[in-house]
Design a protein around this ligand. Sequence first.
Ligand SMILES: [Zn+2]
Length: 306
Amino acid sequence: MVRETTLAPDNFIYPLFVCPGKGIKREVSSLPGQYHFSVDEVVREAEEVAKLGIPSVILFGLPEKKDEAGSEAWHNEGVVQRALRAIKKAVPELVLAVDACFCEYTTHGHCGVVVDGEIDNDATLDNLGRAALSYARAGADLVAPSGMMDGFVGFIRESLDEENFDRVGVLAYSAKFASGYYGPFRTAVDSTPAFGDRAGYQMDPANVREAMRELALDVEEGADIVMVKPALAYLDVIAEARTEFDVPIAAYNVSGEYAMLKAAAEKGWIDHDRVMMETLLSIRRAGADVILTYHAKEAARLLAKR
Ligand SMILES: [Zn+2]
């Protein structure tokens, strides 16, 4: 009766990795319990997710081939586009979000077009517009640009509106910190930069005021949901964002947070389920409406038992 914070499957977005091929469900070594799915298998997984009461999934693509620009990202027959069409048909009630970035698609592993060792922001925006449109055409409900390029939200919004996709929303990775917690994910999608790092376009973990400026820009440019990433080491940023902005706030409970918990539980050092629920609740308490989490399915199952 006096509980201040609630946690429900409604709060979750479940990340799914889509790979080429058929009949593939291959566990990611750095993320136990998470898989690479071929399109046919990802549909089955999406059906299961929906049955658990989780309203949304976010898709990450592992392309057939990589190139300098990451052009598979906007290919109409790319794995993500095919997965979108197939899931939309099988589970129309599921809200389909797509990660829109290029690091999984480029040979160098950076989040955009690289010129002389630096990211070319504007050339990357053009490609982002292309990718967003191809996802929208394939049935995406939310485009989630994660590369933190300057002006990326406004550019995607305009690109979508020009083709009358005004009902497709933008979930912006607005405050994405340059974090060591992304390690297991990069193994999962093979996107570790071949040179340098992403500090040029991701944020300094020390800066909360700068995070608020980034969030403000994205809200102004028309983001429907803004995200703080990672979650656990940045709960203060989530709380501050909740106070400052009226739009829904998302938090990404990232791969490193998930993997640490799995590893410690495997060693018998902590009570997995208890710590998982405490972690998810803390992200809600900090002010996140939506949590992107690899725990979504197992947490939804526990919540159903209560
Ligand atoms: Zn990226």
